[in-house]
Design a protein around this ligand. Sequence first.
Ligand code: CMP
Length: 143
Amino acid sequence: MERTFLMVKPDGVQRGLIGEIVSRFERKGLKLVAAKFMRITPEIAERHYAEHIGQPFYPPLVAFVTSSPVFAMVWQGDNVIGLTRAMIGKTNALDAAPGTIRSDYAIHTNFNLIHGSDSVESAKREIDIFFKPEELQDYTQSI
Ligand code: CMP
């Protein structure tokens, strides 16, 4: 069973889109196994976005994600990484397909509402940064 790390970023929280975004994944039939409304520290931001260190957008990205709370989540399901990335859409809202979260609600790459893991390896790494193993719920989704 695959897991992914998804995070409504400060712009999504401030625009009141947590419910809309969570609802899309719920209606898809994916399973929520962990969630946390939290403020990212600079240390967490640096670990999470390590692959982008050195990019021109890295300093403003860290400043932004640490500026106000985020809604961090772990979702589970068959092919959940690919499915959620398809539902989120491309990084730049201009390239995001109609019907995706970023196409429907975002305008700018720097304020693209949500982060989603891009591989099994990054999902595991990102889940470990944000959640302790005991914070992931184990339950049966019967419907
Ligand atoms: P996210 O999926 O959180 O991963 C890195 C973030 O950096 C990305 O979403 C964007 O919000 C931001 N970003 C800004 N400019 C770029 C860029 N040129 N390429 C990738 N990410 C960018």
